[in-house]
Design a protein around this ligand. Sequence first.
Ligand SMILES: *[C@@H]1O[C@H](CO)[C@@H](O)[C@H](O)[C@H]1NC(C)=O
Ligand SMILES: *[C@@H]1O[C@H](CO)[C@@H](O)[C@H](O)[C@H]1NC(C)=O
Ligand SMILES: *[C@@H]1O[C@H](CO)[C@@H](O)[C@H](O)[C@H]1NC(C)=O
Ligand SMILES: *[C@@H]1O[C@H](CO)[C@@H](O)[C@H](O)[C@H]1NC(C)=O
Ligand SMILES: *[C@@H]1O[C@H](CO)[C@@H](O)[C@H](O)[C@H]1NC(C)=O
Ligand SMILES: *[C@@H]1O[C@H](CO)[C@@H](O)[C@H](O)[C@H]1NC(C)=O
Length: 586
Amino acid sequence: MLTRVAAPCILFFAIVFLIFSASPYAKGRRVNIALSNPEPKAVRAAPGDKFSWETITPSEELIWADCYADNQCARLKVPLDYSNPDAASAAIAMIRIHSIVPHNSTNYRGPVLINPGGPGGSGVDMITRRGSQISTIVGPEFDIIGFDPRGIGRSTPRASFFESRSEREIWSSRGNPHTMSMNASADALPRAWARAIIEGQLAGERDDGSLRFINTDHTARDMLRIVQAHGLEKIQYWGFSYGSILGATFASMFPDNIGRFIIDGVADSENYYANEWDNDLIDADKVWSSFIDGCVAAGQEGCPFFSPTATEISEKMDKIYATLRERPIPVRTNTSFGLVDYSMVRRVIFQALYAPYARFPDLAQAFADLSAGNATALFKMSEQPPFECAYDNSGDRLESVLEATFAVTCNDGSRILPGYEDTVTHYQKMSETSTWADVWEPIRIACVAWPEFPQKHFRGPFVANTSFPILLIGNTADPVTPLWSAHKMSQGFNGSVVLTQDSAGHCSISGPSICTQKYVRQYFLEGTLPAPGTVCPVIGTPFPTDDVQISTDAQTVLSLSAADRNLFEAVRDLATTFDIRFPIGL
Ligand SMILES: *[C@@H]1O[C@H](CO)[C@@H](O)[C@H](O)[C@H]1NC(C)=O
Ligand SMILES: *[C@@H]1O[C@H](CO)[C@@H](O)[C@H](O)[C@H]1NC(C)=O
Ligand SMILES: *[C@@H]1O[C@H](CO)[C@@H](O)[C@H](O)[C@H]1NC(C)=O
Ligand SMILES: *[C@@H]1O[C@H](CO)[C@@H](O)[C@H](O)[C@H]1NC(C)=O
Ligand SMILES: *[C@@H]1O[C@H](CO)[C@@H](O)[C@H](O)[C@H]1NC(C)=O
Ligand SMILES: *[C@@H]1O[C@H](CO)[C@@H](O)[C@H](O)[C@H]1NC(C)=O
């Protein structure tokens, strides 16, 4: 067993990775206050992959087998290369939460496909962990379907270019740029670039011929196959974050196959396919400000890192940064050990920006401790389970891996110039857009030496008269998918509507809003869209504020109908346990 020193596995790249886990530091404290029953609902622990996917033979028809407690799983056989469909095939791993009504009931509403983002995110993981809340929101008349997009997780062939788990682990535990701030040292950026040269070479040399087919175009085609395998023509879909790029791609390629379609946490697909990554962060500083302002407003009682003014809190942060740059702090816990350094603090904050309701209180406590010289809490916020060498083969073959994200982003994106100067120029430009460029830049760098596959896939334009109008959802302050992109993408889709949620955090489910999720449910069930310009509030704030507010929130919750209370519990659970691991790091 190797211990992951300095928790190198919180990887920071993809647009998001809505991998959810039962987080020890997400206790749902704020919104729980507003509930008559304040006990946080037990969050089901991530089920190790006890189910043996090899027992399912991939088939072109959907054959469901029981798996993971009370779900069903299937592996759908699809062409590896859609331009040569009789050649090799791929197998898409799927999981289903069955509707509560039988499929021959008139109340049955068919499958809803879910994508958790990434790219590189596993839909199977998302559904095993958070499927019941998603099902509560969408409605029990629907089947909820998670799938691992091609190349990822349990879908085969897998995008993987290390020869063993140990080889990958050893490589990634030493100066992995996805755990580094590019502002940590003078050589952080050139090192990230140099490492990407090696990774690009490995990707090319170790490719068995399948790597070039791991892209969003083909995943969209796979989604259509999933729909058709159900005997249906029209898709019902809810995609988060990168799932908005997958969604915009699908809707542009197959506009006549749209039944119900929500993209939530909407990225600018044009910018993504251009491999630019330079307008994702335009609201990230707004989210960080909401931490500072929220802490000031919450007072000493509500925020352990309190100071009377935002300026004073910023000064305390600068001091933490400066101190850690000079001297990292050694930390030991009973399960691991490592250093809290500048990079780690940057990453932990950035990660918290995705999920203020789950993380801001812990972040404030960790900073208060850090200011007093105790780095344990901060370390724990990025602590990873120890790396186990002795997994059996099935575990080895099915876990999500880092390379799957590169495979998708680099295959999808335009080629970037391989020279280091181009990376420097890009980083400088990014730094002018956001103070979080240091943690975002490595995503694009991963493609500097990617193999030069022919690029024949769909990459726009993202316009369509869809067979049903699509619903886009954006938060007023989303760190990586700004509201601006939802409006931009909406322009291409005739009849589409943008629903705004007034909260900080990534995707609607990072904030507890009954309003938003009722619109989601109505849309799926009745096909009604919110009026253009609708803005939904959330209940509560990440930091406890004053008693008046708390009691107002409590009143709101107490006045809910039983059905809405149920919905509220689902949104509260999602928001307060929303735990992002940048690709794969579970
Ligand atoms: C629906 O299917 C179930 C079991 O497959 C069957 O027992 C029932 O009679 C069917 N109902 C209708 C209305 O067809
Ligand atoms: C890098 O860090 C220094 C010191 O913390 C800070 O002043 C500077 O703004 C940072 N630069 C970037 C590009 O993040
Ligand atoms: C670590 O220590 C805490 C507190 O002493 C204890 O509750 C926990 O079980 C320990 N964990 C392990 C893995 O030993
Ligand atoms: C540091 O903080 C942790 C909680 O995160 C606490 O358990 C520990 O006792 C503290 N260490 C010291 C030396 O105060
Ligand atoms: C949508 O329909 C309108 C009118 O029928 C047509 O002018 C327009 O070109 C269509 N747009 C797309 C993207 O097909
Ligand atoms: C949108 O769809 C309507 C109805 O099909 C059509 O009349 C209109 O021209 C379309 N608009 C655009 C901009 O494509």
